[in-house]
Design a protein around this ligand. Structure first.
Ligand code: NAG
Ligand code: NAG
Ligand code: NAG
Ligand code: NAG
Ligand code: NAG
Ligand code: NAG
Ligand code: NAG
Length: 662
């Protein structure tokens, strides 16, 4: 169906001078698939965590670079995680139902992000996908399909809440990110949506490999239930069963590559070739924006970087402008031409048209080494400079001029030019020619509204402040999470206790009381990290309040070296107190390397001020100003974030958090 070299390509020899290939762009031979757009994924997990903490105007500027039409990436799709209270790569995202009897549609930042995106582009497609589920959904099992009605109702309640509380129409929901799918569950989910009239909400399955298409082949009810087959990191190809299904095919998660110019090259190559090779009509980047501490897993694997809310600094990286090559000149609902394909000397071209006869052509000539993505492995191929001619046939024969936009990677001199408007190309005798170098991206289009949006430079990069305090005294916090805290297991939320007579009316509270249905290895303890990964010598002080009488335990920590999906292996200096009146100091989160221990006099339902000072190879700890141990602890871990947390999935509160870095 899609022409390969030779089918629609004629070879014109000019003998001793050159070889120029002619590629025909024609709509009379029929059209290809309908284009569904290019998107970004917030979540999976907590990848937009730091974005919400940016001050204006920087936060709005970042959002404009992502979503504002005709400005930057001008994204067509926003996919978000349906928070499940569990670790999902770079942090946890809160569920709208921590407990079965609980509903709250104002937690986390995904609601806010969807509204901000919609404000800028009312046509943006919205998708929700769970990575994990609160423990009650699994009824004690680490598996979401045991009780399909419960899981489906839980997911559908998220869709309903989006409309009821935020006026957001969710267009698609998924199953369980990159985990087993269950055909029965997919059908139950379809029924649950249909029963309450949400027939327009499509199901994407199964956000892993293409295997669901094999099951669809032998199960017509499953096939009916699924609207889009979404595969992750497909390496631009699909399988025969997926094609045979005639279903819409998407790369529903892709990219995940460090956002330097090679990352931009990866993105350019797959945006074209996911269609050319794999007939995929949407590609979604994990992640939308790298807004998480860079030392968490997959640092800077977003379309742009916004990881310093304390300074206001952010970086518009090359993937933003590579995205613009397609998004600013075509919209969901446009149609790919059948005449798309590979260029003879490497690279690819796609062409799209709308119902009014507009034409957009995107050409990329990314070389292998300058377009490697994180996965899957990229087989060898060669790209060399080439002269190409495009012949405009069918309804495009009357086009006289095309707008021309160029990105030119220059890895030799590290002087890259992204999304530059060049002089329009005149069409003579129904065709145009281009001299293509390697590592270039071109858009040729009848649309004349493109813009390389810009704002004045943001403030310069700066480290996390050396003195930082938070008393959590906010009556109506804009988000459920306190600034800069990045939950790695459990969920830490602003809490208000109006019956408290003293200074602890407003606190931060860990609220997850049961191991969730996990996506990766959550720790058995809860932990939220904050600050600068390079910190060595500092004092962390925090008021703590245990709510578990027998088993309660809380900690404050410094030099915490791991989070994300590696959180179980976190090392650092952890100072714990327990409801049974004891304390301990450990070198790791699991608490196996005990450096010191003894009596603390601590118990549940009282406030204590803990203080931990680390300096060089030594640490000192205090409870309510009284030293428990001093300078007798040899530390193994040299640097890392500060942290707070609990000994298990238990309720506990924190207040008057202070960091002083030496
Ligand atoms: C949204 O889509 C409609 C219909 O396709 C179009 O007329 C309108 O311009 C679009 N709005 C934006 C902001 O792109
Ligand atoms: C292309 O789209 C523009 C609006 O963006 C429209 O004015 C124009 O008529 C369309 N058709 C062609 C052939 O350019
Ligand atoms: C492209 O064409 C020009 C002449 O128009 C020629 O000088 C050049 O060598 C050609 N490049 C290639 C790669 O064939
Ligand atoms: C292009 O269109 C012309 C006339 O419409 C036709 O003769 C020619 O075969 C077409 N070329 C290709 C390669 O389809
Ligand atoms: C115009 O293109 C046709 C083929 O599409 C070719 O036969 C003809 O010689 C060209 N005319 C000129 C002036 O280049
Ligand atoms: C609220 O404050 C009161 C009075 O100090 C205390 O007894 C109670 O345990 C607190 N509840 C919570 C959930 O913090
Ligand atoms: C931390 O303290 C130790 C010992 O006092 C010192 O050697 C080290 O340079 C300090 N680190 C920083 C980042 O200041």
């Amino acid at each position: 169906m899609i022409s390969k070299i030779g089918v629609a390509v004629a070879f014109f020899m000019c003998f001793d001078l050159c070889i120029s290939e002619i590629y025909v762009l024609d709509d009379e031979v029929g059209l290809g698939r309908v284009f569904d757009g290019i998107g970004g994924l917030s979540g999976g997990g907590a990848t937009s965590r730091l974005l919400v903490d940016y001050a204006e105007p920087y936060r709005s500027q970042i959002l404009d670079y992502l979503f504002k039409p005709q400005f930057g990436a001008s994204l067509h799709i926003l996919k978000v995680e349906i928070g499940g209270d569990a670790q999902t790569t770079d942090g946890t995202e809160p569920s709208h139902m921590h407990y079965e009897s609980d509903t709250n549609f104002f937690r986390g930042y995904e609601w806010w992000l969807m509204k901000e995106a919609k404000k800028r582009n009312p046509n943006i497609t919205l998708i929700g996908l769970p990575w994990a589920f609160p423990g009650w959904v699994g009824r004690g099992k680490n598996w979401p399909y045991e009780f399909p009605d419960i899981t489906a109702s839980y997911v559908v309640s998220w869709v309903v809440g989006a409309k009821q509380y935020h006026d957001l129409d969710i267009d698609y929901v998924g199953i369980w990110n990159e985990r087993s799918f269950d055909s029965n569950y997919i059908k139950v989910l379809r029924n649950t949506l249909d029963k309450i009239g949400l027939t327009g909400v499509g199901i994407i399955a199964a956000d892993g490999n293409w295997d669901v298409s094999k099951d669809m082949d032998v199960d017509p009810y499953l096939k009916d239930a699924v609207e889009v087959i979404g595969a992750h990191y497909p390496g631009t190809t699909t399988i025969a069963e997926a094609l045979k299904s005639q279903k819409t095919l998407w790369s529903s998660e892709d990219y995940s590559t460090f956002n330097d110019p090679v990352g931009g090259g990866c993105w350019a190559r797959i945006l074209n070739q996911n269609y050319v090779n794999g007939h995929m009509t949407a590609t979604i980047s994990w992640n939308l924006v790298a807004s998480y501490y860079e030392d968490l897993p997959f640092g800077r694997d977003g379309l742009m970087t916004a990881e310093e809310p304390w300074s206001g600094n952010y970086v518009v990286e090359s993937p933003i402008w590579i995205t613009a090559h397609t998004t600013q000149f075509s919209q969901p609902g446009w149609t790919y031409l059948k005449t798309v394909g590979h260029l003879t000397h490497g690279g690819s071209y796609v062409a799209l048209t709308d119902s009014e006869g507009n034409l957009t052509v995107v050409i990329e000539t990314m070389t292998h080494d300058h377009s490697v993505c994180i996965r899957p492995p990229l087989p060898a191929f060669s790209v060399t400079p080439q002269n190409v001619s495009f012949k405009l046939n069918g309804s495009f024969a009357s086009i006289r001029e095309l707008q021309l936009w160029q990105s030119k990677f220059d890895f030799k001199r590290q002087k890259h030019v992204f999304f530059k408007k060049l002089s329009p190309i005149k069409i003579s005798n129904g065709s145009f020619s281009l001299s293509l170098d390697v590592d270039e991206v071109y858009t040729l289009t009848t649309i004349n509204t493109g813009q390389k949006g810009s704002y004045p430079d943001p403030p310069p990069s700066a480290p996390f402040p050396k003195i930082y305090k938070d008393d959590f005294n906010i009556a109506n916090p804009p988000f459920s999470e306190a600034p800069y805290f990045a939950d790695q297991t459990g969920v830490f939320e602003y809490n208000m206790n109006l019956t408290d007579p003293g200074p602890h009316v407003f606190t931060l509270r860990q609220v997850v009381t049961q191991m969730p249905v996990t996506w990766t290895m959550d720790a058995d303890q809860t932990i939220s990290v904050i600050g600068d990964y390079n910190w060595q010598n500092l004092t962390v002080t925090c008021d703590v309040f245990m709510e578990s009488v027998k088993t309660g335990g809380v900690f404050i920590a410094a030099r915490v070296d791991k989070g994300g999906q590696d959180v179980r292996g976190a090392k650092g200096v952890f100072f714990w107190v327990f409801a049974d009146g004891s304390y301990k100091v450990t070198n790791d989160l699991v608490g196996s390397t005990v450096l010191a221990k003894g009596l603390s006099g601590t118990g549940a339902y009282s406030w204590y001020t803990l203080s931990l000072t680390v300096q060089g190879q030594y640490a000192t700890g205090m409870v309510n100003g009284e030293q428990l141990w001093k300078n007798d602890v040899v530390l193994g871990q040299n640097n890392g974030w500060a942290a707070i947390g609990t000994n298990s999935f238990e309720l506990a509160q924190f207040d008057n958090f202070v960091i002083e870095v030496k």
